[in-house]
Design a protein around this ligand. Structure first.
Ligand code: GLU
Length: 491
């Protein structure tokens, strides 16, 4: 299909941070480019001078790098192609394929009002398509400056075969009349600039979100007018929220931006997996769900993309995150946590030897969703238990009640006595310690025995494996916390 070689592109506008949907479209491009040894072009569509910001350029580039999405050409900047855009506008004007339109915004609004009254499709009525020189001069004399509109040829339908959605057809009368391609200050608009730039980069396959279907219908006639080869189009389904709203940064906040996931310490491989799997299934017999983007490259094809909307499901995302943490070694998690600065809030972790730190991570990593969970008290996989004694004055009700049980005091005093007889702890010693404690207190190895210990070390009645916890905490920290609790109970 692409004898001269597949050429793909991702052209985000730096008017906001990298959106999850753009990252997903970039991934599908990347997968196809890798699979078919194509060329992937990265272009920044920065023609909107007011809204484009350099911090968003940085955010987009960092986001792609974090996800491991690399490109072969670029980043190109649309704003640097101004002269070329102007040249093509002039060419269209000369060939009578575009024209100057002097309508004021009030006139345009008036057109819409009358269309609405007649229940007609709203849009520009192409009234300035055939102005005489005299008419144009008169408008100019009034001080009006024209926009440039492209003449949508009088076709009933614009059709193409979409690589995801199959045969597509858009009614030309639904496109809102001849589209503006250049504003009265000369700035060109998206639907025009994208065609020129895609053509100049010899793009032969355009993959983008389904929200661009109407834009594609506006762009095809520009290719035709310029007698340029029309690329293949593939429109991928949008990401919607559970109540079927388009996922947007304005409405849904941080969850829509890649930078949020980066900052929170999500694993990029988990985000990639989640985004790819939103609309694509791994074609093995077992439809394996957990895979790397490199594994997906071996099988990825646009025709296998689902046509239905992708639903953003935070629970599913968390599932992918845990799966990927479980597949990483403790060494790798520790390195990423350190280099990403996720241990800074856990200063006391430095008191543990490198070997102990690895044990700590091994104990917790399978429950992690993101690296900032390591210091988040609300996460079951936080490391706070190792770094600070709980604040007994501020226990949750269930923990406070547990400590106030008459047996709790007995358990803790006996534990304190037994600890006096021990030096360092290790799993075998802790096993024996707990057995001795059960014997001394006459309590079974159950919640009466274990929960008070858990509360004094962590403030919670639940947590990671107690034997592992106690042996890593070791004697001094454990005894300090037990003594604190005994004092607290005396108060
Ligand atoms: N700049 C456009 C956007 O960010 C590009 C759309 C396209 O792929 O053509 O939505």
């Amino acid at each position: 299909m692409f004898e001269s070689g597949l050429r793909l592109r991702i052209p985000p506008s730096p008017t906001g941070s990298l959106h999850l949907g753009t990252a997903r479209t970039a991934l599908y491009n990347w997968l196809l480019a890798k699979r078919f040894k194509g060329t992937f072009v990265f272009r920044l569509e920065d023609t909107d001078r007011e809204r484009s910001k350099s911090e968003f350029v940085t955010d987009i580039i960092e986001g792609f790098k974090w996800l491991g999405i690399d490109w072969n050409e670029g980043p190109l900047r649309q704003s640097e192609h101004k002269a070329r855009h102007q040249m093509v506008v002039n060419q269209l004007l000369e060939n009578n394929l575009a024209y100057e339109c002097f309508c004021s915004s009030e006139e345009l609004e008036q057109i819409r009002i009358s269309q609405r009254a007649l229940n007609k499709v709203e849009g520009y009525d192409n009234r300035h398509r055939n102005l005489t020189k005299q008419e144009k001069d008169n408008f100019r004399a009034e001080g009006r400056k024209p926009v440039i509109r492209f003449k949508l040829l009088n076709k009933a339908e614009i059709t193409w075969t979409d690589l995801v959605r199959g045969k597509m057809s858009v009614n030309a009368s639904d496109l809102g009349g001849d589209p503006v391609i250049a504003k009265d200050n000369g700035d060109v608009l998206y639907n025009f600039a994208v065609v020129v730039d895609d053509h100049d980069s010899a793009i032969n396959c355009v993959i983008r979100g389904e929200d661009h279907l109407h834009n594609t219908a506006k762009q095809i006639p520009i290719y035709e007018a310029m007698q340029w080869e029309i690329p293949q189009f593939a429109h991928v389904p949008l990401i919607l929220t559970a109540n079927r709203e388009k996922l947007s940064k304005r409405k849904h906040g941080d969850i829509a931006s890649i930078s949020n996931y980066l900052k929170a310490g999500y694993l990029p491989e988990a985000i990639n997996n989640y985004l790819i799997a939103m609309s694509w299934q791994f074609p093995s017999d077992d439809h394996k769900e957990v895979f790397s983007k490199e594994e997906a490259v071996l099988h990825f094809d646009l025709k296998d993309l689902s046509k239905s909307a992708a639903i953003y499901d935070p629970l599913k995302l968390n599932w992918f995150c845990k799966e990927h943490f479980q597949r990483l070694s403790a060494e790798e998690v520790l390195t990423r946590a350190k280099t990403g600065g996720f241990l800074e809030a856990l200063n006391n972790l430095k008191e543990y030897s490198p070997d102990e730190q690895l044990k700590i991570i091994s104990l917790m990593k399978d429950g992690l969703i993101k690296l900032n969970d390591l210091s988040n008290p609300a996460s079951a996989a936080n490391l706070l238990v190792f770094c600070q004694a709980p604040n007994l004055q501020d226990l949750k009700e269930e923990a406070e009640n547990c400590l106030r049980e008459p047996e709790a005091k007995i358990v803790l005093s006996e534990l304190n006595n037994l600890l006096e007889t021990l030096a360092d702890l290790n799993p075998e010693i802790v096993q024996k310690l707990l057995a001795d404690l059960a014997a001394k207190t006459g309590l079974k190895k159950g919640k009466k025995l274990f929960w008070p210990i858990r509360v004094v070390i962590s403030g919670n009645i639940h947590g990671a494996d107690l034997v592992a916890l106690l042996s890593i905490l070791n004697k001094n920290r454990l005894q300090e916390r037990v003594k604190e609790a005994l004092k607290y109970l005396e108060m």
